[in-house]
Design a protein around this ligand. Structure first.
Ligand code: MN
Length: 234
């Protein structure tokens, strides 16, 4: 048995709804600009030809219901409410028509973003890691198995901050739907059980501040909540 110098990190996971089992997280892929109106509000144009991706570390995931500290290094911390796909079966170069057979289930996710750092990165043509892949930046609800809920391809997606609706759209309006994303992503990666795909956010993204309470829902999938706590003291 390998003797580790210090305790290896715990496996990041999300609970499976209606079960005592957890879905262990292997990788977190995120699609950018997958709703036309969100691309527009960012001052950009969505690419209809192919999705693009960034990643988040599983170590940066946090469960729905958590209170997270306002993150360091930003003055413009944003919410992005998203449908998350959980891969349950390995595949490479998966044909679109077969792609849903690789899905274990679906969750609600919040792709939390340091928007000011993302804007700087865009302008300087630098990577997005500081703006997207930071502590507690991948918020996840429990996962609903496709065997129970099916494969939702339309339905309301909403996010409220302190009870006020900020994001309200329909997952049926995403540009690249789950089957197309899985087919495309699996041309570049050998998808594995435990891989998660955040499928992009609709319009209405905006800042949150200390003390805010976020409540999101996706029709037929579930709900998600997050509380913003005080920043760590300097
Ligand atoms: Mn996003």
């Amino acid at each position: 048995m390998t003797k580790y110098l210090f305790a290896p990190p715990a496996v990041a996971s999300v609970p499976v709804r209606g079960s005592d089992e957890h879905f262990p997280i292997r990788r977190i892929f995120c699609v950018g600009r997958n709703y036309e109106a969100h691309a527009r509000e960012m001052g950009l144009v969505a690419d209809r030809d192919a999705p693009f991706y960034f990643t988040k570390s599983p170590a940066h995931s946090v469960s729905s219901g958590a209170t997270v500290p306002y993150p360091p290094g930003t003055a413009n911390y944003h919410h992005e409410m998203e449908l998350v796909v959980g891969i349950g079966k390995a595949g490479f170069r998966i044909p679109e028509a077969q792609s849903l057979s690789h899905v274990f289930g679906y969750a609600c996710g919040l792709d939390m973003t340091r928007r000011d750092l993302q804007k700087q990165a865009r302008e300087k043509q630098l990577p997005w890691d500081l703006s997207k892949d930071f502590e507690n930046a991948a918020v996840l609800s429990g996962m609903a198995p496709a065997s129970v809920i099916g494969h939702p391809n339309k339905g309301k997606i909403e996010l409220k901050v302190n009870g006020v609706t900020r994001q309200s759209s329909d997952i049926g309006t995403m540009i690249h739907a789950a089957p197309a994303i899985i087919a495309h992503l699996s041309r570049f990666y050998h998808l594995q059980p435990g891989d998660l795909i955040f499928t992009g956010t609709p319009e209405g993204v905006g800042p949150v501040v200390v003390g805010d309470r976020l409540d999101g829902m996706i029709e037929g999938v579930g709900e998600i909540a997050l509380h913003i706590g005080a920043a760590d003291s300097p």
